[in-house]
Design a protein around this ligand. Sequence first.
Ligand code: MTE
Length: 315
Amino acid sequence: MATRVPRIAPSEITPPEVYFSRRALLAGALAAGVSTLARGAGSPPAGAAPLEYTANPRYSVSEAPNRYEEITTYNNFYEFGTDKEDPSENARNFQPRPWSVTIDGEAETRGTFTLEDLLKGQPLEERVYRFRCVEAWSLVVPWVGFPLSSLLARFKPTSRAKYVEFTTLYDPHRMPGQRSSVLAWPYVEGLRMDEAMHPLTLMVVGLYGRVLPNQDGAPLRLIVPWKYGFKGIKSIVRIRFSATQPHTTWSLAAPNEYGFYANVNPAVDHPRWSQATERRIGAPFLAARRPTLLFNGYADEVASLYQGMDLRRYF
Ligand code: MTE
């Protein structure tokens, strides 16, 4: 358990628009360069390894993606520091290969598998998803990955498997943020089985057509687009099928602030701030905040998973 309750209050961080203006100025660009004109294209560095994938328009939004730089320099990855720019700096030398993932718990097939083995026979797709952080900022991201359901099916979960628990690498030597007790390490997240098997739930290995950068959770992370970003656990080393609801990192740290479900919901405020609106990273300085959408705009696809549940209680 953390010795100090972590606080991720928007008021305590540099607002993204200020942050990006500063970076743009530092780069010698005009402050106007952070306007919408500069958004859309994005350009991964030439060195990033390209992936083979097909675009999946069925599961993509038509909004313009954020720029590569925005997605890779404004991160939450406390294993590499708590400031937004820390992960891009402190994860630079992290080596995400070789990598293996242990599958255990309520499944017929268990064991430790190399990343290459897990990726075998999984065609990669690009999906442009909305991403809403619990801190009330948002992005649009062209992820590359494959449905979690097709990975899980391979291990033949038993009828006792009601939840899936994910764990991040614990290695304070390679992840310097783990030398501080800001969170209880390793980072753990979880989904109900039907959420894990939903076709929108994605295992991500890439971004902008290239191999996933370290700061975004290399080599393997989860993305659940209708939930707050903290459900999207990074650098996964363990997947466990469980009969009981997993104890997840943020809900252990502050149970009244971060629930297990964490479904994006403009009607259920965080105890310390409103969730009704959000700021799109990279939007012009004076741009209006956007209304936050129920289930982050994916209600048609996922609302039925929560039929009959009180979303205020199961937040
Ligand atoms: N996973 C791990 N292991 N450690 C973290 O600190 N932060 C979470 C989530 N996954 C986090 C994590 C939070 S709070 C968010 S908003 C997203 O990652 C941020 O993902 P991004 O940096 O790719 O935008």
